[in-house]
Design a protein around this ligand. Structure first.
Ligand SMILES: Nc1nc2c(c(=O)[nH]1)N[C@H]1C(S)=C(S)[C@@H](COP(=O)(O)OP(=O)(O)OC[C@H]3O[C@@H](n4cnc5c(=O)[nH]c(N)nc54)[C@H](O)[C@@H]3O)O[C@H]1N2
Ligand SMILES: Nc1nc2c(c(=O)[nH]1)N[C@H]1C(S)=C(S)[C@@H](COP(=O)(O)OP(=O)(O)OC[C@H]3O[C@@H](n4cnc5c(=O)[nH]c(N)nc54)[C@H](O)[C@@H]3O)O[C@H]1N2
Ligand SMILES: [Mo]
Length: 764
């Protein structure tokens, strides 16, 4: 199992040589092919390694991170060094000085999941400064609990694809439903139903409107509306405005199920700020014709309409507004809780919304409590490291950044996920010690002082499953362990024994015993539910077991049926179109009701004078994030070895650029090279460069170096969505592009750094 699908691997000589998708998968992902050749790839970390500067000078701030060479050490030395350093930091600075946020997707598998392992380990060590929320849903995870009473249930209990295919007349999709993203689900997936569901909806006569800067965010027949990126909230407000002026608002629904609509209507009609949010107003901001907006509003009120908002719309400045405004629009239509109508968030963002959930807990490795209370919103990592002791606003609180001495990362890649990589590099120079567990020499591993070689999921037995997938899968190792790599569990077990809590950490179980233990725990839930699940050995031999799923769900149908008994977990128990709590925080960038706020990185503002192209830095079609960027599917898309940047032919010809040219993409934060790919399925001043090309600085010693490979995060702003959520805003950035005419520098991202074996003379 991979996050991008279930498969069988064929291996030979310790390497995966072929993959076959699971026969039950209706639409397997091409990303699967990236696994071939990944186990013994030259970018693997072959054994424990320590940065030379750290080994020679000891812990301390260093701007050599990312440019230094490494020294190979034995596992015993590594355990000794790492245990000693953890002890030193805890004893001199306290557990709060360890940042263990360690964000990232790592691998599927319930036991060997690196995040679960590292957090369990650090909790038993006495705790660490943690992170909250995600890069995926930074704004949503704060705003939606406040206004809708839930975060995860919005996805895991979303209206089912079958219901949409059967009932929806009009699906209005902000951000489209990009099939590329439905390849993926956190924890894995055994089936990809989205393409089939959209086709079934259309075959039945249902209509789809895709509102997105990119035409291919929707496949097949659909009306494509391409607004200026970042203006969706203005469009939503104008749709709401038309519902008011045409008397199409479902006031009975608003009265029974929502609070605060009046204040929002005052804003819509311009009573509070003198600006009427009508289609003409939204047309000026978004570039969509006013008539098109007005017509769409009327069509939405005429039948069963589902309003969907992709997660990308909240990974921008003021990202809180789009899901909140989308929910408000759906509430005004009055169809929330009706089959095929209402609101959805994340259709086309992940292969989870629209899929039926399993009704009981998944096998879970217990992590325990974190004795340290400190936490940051996850995308504030550079702020944290650069500003110890500084106060900041977050979600109604005033917080203080702790002074971090040791950063511990296992299972994520900040050089993939974080914005403004030049700033991140300056931040990573500050702590005393950085520890990274990874199977590969990722840019983050290169910036570590202590590099711990992990196995990949292909080298381990594990249990795989996900909340919205019917199968529990026996993930059986496809190859033996690579070189001197170890399972993260084994690394943490050895450290825990060295630090005196080994028995607590392992509970006396080997990995194999843990799998059987977790399986048995899960099996009890199934049996209690009247389900069938064989004993562990039989399950393991069979390969998977099917679970009951809750089919035919409609989001909030229970709330609609009985809003008193099934009150939402908001202060009012209802949908909060106006939130008194948020209003009370008095933030200038997120007020009490959904509203239009002008972003910095958009084509309508002043910055566009200097950087006139709007770059969409979205998820890659050819891989999951940075994982297996060297695999066949990912490599096949590259141009001259660089990540492709899609440009409109008009924008390209104005710059003398043709398909296949290497271009330099730049702004005042940084620059990268990319390969030009002309595409007329976008506005002329929009360009698109996916995340995930491994950061490849031409001068590793310069934090602001040109990245020769095409990582958009050298360009993106490290600014939060607002004071409310401080989510990542990596999706949008303004840039300029020019043809790169110099000699094209080689790609070195996958070449390991220099790792020296210690001669007897320099051994301490
Ligand atoms: N500009 C911009 N930036 C973005 C986004 C965007 O839209 N625009 N999207 C954001 C989003 S939504 C997300 S979720 C993040 C994703 O960011 P990440 O989740 O950090 O990205 P991955 O590349 O999946 O990193 C996973 C890492 O885990 C490692 N790994 C795999 N298996 C194991 C294992 O068994 N053990 C250990 N120790 N390590 C393992 C992999 O080699 C890899 O380095 O990126 C964010 N960044
Ligand atoms: N293949 C693949 N699938 C993935 C991932 C991956 O790395 N690879 N990552 C997974 C993860 S961790 C996550 S969180 C989800 C993320 O899911 P999303 O955040 O929804 O995915 P993105 O591809 O970043 O964005 C979706 C689309 O939104 C459109 N868009 C961008 N800006 C705007 C705008 O201002 N207005 C409108 N209307 N549309 C806009 C873009 O054209 C883009 O293609 O994807 C998941 N799926
Ligand atoms: Mo994500």
């Amino acid at each position: 199992m991979a996050h991008w699908g279930m498969f069988e691997a064929e291996s030979d000589g310790g390497e995966v040589v072929a993959v076959r998708p699971f026969a039950g998968d209706a639409d397997p992902s091409p990303i699967l092919a990236n696994a071939v050749g990944s186990v013994r790839h030259r970018s693997r970390v072959g054994g424990p390694a320590v940065r030379r500067g750290w080994l020679e000078q000891g812990p301390g701030p260093s701007d050599r991170r990312g440019a230094d060479e490494f020294v190979a050490v034995s596992w015993d030395e590594l355990t000794e060094l790492l245990a000693g350093e953890l002890r030193r930091v805890v004893d001199t600075h306290g557990n709060r000085a360890i940042y263990g946020g360690s964000y990232g997707w790592s691998s599927p598998g319930r036991f060997h999941h690196a995040q679960s392992q590292v957090h369990r380990f650090l909790k038993m060590l006495g705790g660490y400064t943690r992170s909250e929320n995600s890069y995926s849903l930074g704004a949503t995870s704060v705003i939606m609990p406040r206004v809708m009473g839930t975060h995860w249930k919005l996805f895991s209990r979303s209206t089912n694809w079958d219901v949409i295919a059967r009932e929806t007349d009009l699906m209005v999709c902000f951000g489209g439903v990009p099939l590329k993203n439905t390849a993926v689900n956190d924890g894995g997936t055994s089936n990809h139903p989205t393409r089939g569901a959209l086709d079934a909806l259309r075959d039945r006569g249902g209509e789809i409107v895709s509102i997105s800067p990119l035409r291919d965010d929707m496949h097949g027949r659909a009306q494509w509306l391409a607004p200026r990126p970042g203006t969706d909230v203005a469009i939503m407000l104008a749709l709401c405005h038309v519902l008011v002026t045409d008397d199409l608002v479902d006031r009975a629904f608003l009265d029974r199920y929502t609070v605060g609509y009046d204040k929002f209507e005052d804003y819509l009609l311009g009573r509070t700020d003198g600006v009427v949010k009508d289609p003409a107003w939204a047309a000026a901001l978004s570039g969509l014709p006013a008539d098109t907006i007005a017509d769409l509003a009327r069509r939405m009120a005429a039948g069963r309409t589902l309003v969907t908002v992709t997660w990308s719309l909240q990974r921008v400045r003021h990202g809180e507004q789009a899901p909140w405004a989308g929910l408000t629009l759906a509430a005004m239509l009055g169809q929330i809780g009706l089959p095929g109508g209402g609101f959805g968030h994340g259709y086309g963002s992940m292969n989870e919304p629209g899929l039926a959930p399993v009704p009981y807990p998944l096998p879970t490795l217990f992590q325990g409590e974190n004795p340290v209370p400190d936490s940051i919103p996850v995308a504030a990592i550079s702020d944290l490291l650069l500003n110890p002791g500084r106060e900041y606003d977050y979600n109604g609180e005033r917080r203080t950044f702790p002074d971090i001495r040791l950063v511990y990362w296992a299972g994520g890649n900040p050089f993939h996920h974080h914005q403004d990589l030049g700033r991140l590099r300056r931040a990573l120079a500050r702590p005393d010690t950085i520890v990274v567990h990874d199977p590969y020499w990722t840019p983050m591993a290169r910036h570590a002082d202590i590099v711990v070689p992990s196995t990949t999921a292909l080298e381990r037995d594990d249990l795989a499953c996900a909340r919205n997938d019917p199968l529990l899968v026996a993930m059986q190792a496809a190859t033996p362990r690579f070189a001197d790599a170890r399972d993260d569990y084994d690394t943490f077990s050895a450290l825990a024994y060295r630090l005196g809590f080994g028995d607590r950490f392992t509970e006396g179980r080997t990995s194999a015993e843990w799998l059987a233990h977790l399986y048995e725990q899960w099996r009890r839930f199934v049996l209690a539910d009247g389900g069938v699940a064989p004993e562990f050995d039989e399950f393991w031999a069979r390969g998977h077991v099917a679970m009951r799923t809750e089919d035919d769900l409609t989001l909030l149908e229970d709330f609609r049926a009985d809003p008193e008994r099934n009150a939402l977990r908001t202060p009012s128990g209802r949908i909060e179109i106006f939130s008194a709590d948020i209003d009370g925080f008095g933030y200038d960038d997120c007020g009490g009701h959904p509203a239009w706020y002008e972003p910095e990185e958009w084509l309508g503002g002043e910055r566009a004078q200097s950087f006139p192209l709007h770059l969409i830095a979205n998820q890659p079609r050819t891989r999951l994030h940075s994982q297996l960027d060297h695999g066949a599917t990912s490599q096949a898309s590259k141009i001259e070895g660089r990540e492709p940047i899609r440009m409109h032919p008009a924008a390209a010809s104005a710059r003398g650029i043709a398909t296949g040219d290497v271009v330099r993409v730049f702004n005042d934060r940084g620059a990268c090279l990319a390969g030009a790919l002309l595409d007329d399925g976008m506005l002329p001043d929009v360009v698109q460069l996916s995340t995930g090309a491994w950061y490849d600085p031409i001068d590793p010693a310069d934090p602001n170096s040109l990245c020769v490979h095409g990582n958009p995060n050298v360009l993106t702003p490290d600014v939060g969505t607002s004071k409310l959520a401080r989510g990542s805003t990596g999706q949008h950035v303004l840039v300029q592009i020019e043809r790169f005419d110099g000699p094209v520098p080689p790609i070195r991202a996958y070449d390991p750094p220099v790792v020296r074996t210690r001669s007897t003379s320099d051994r301490r």
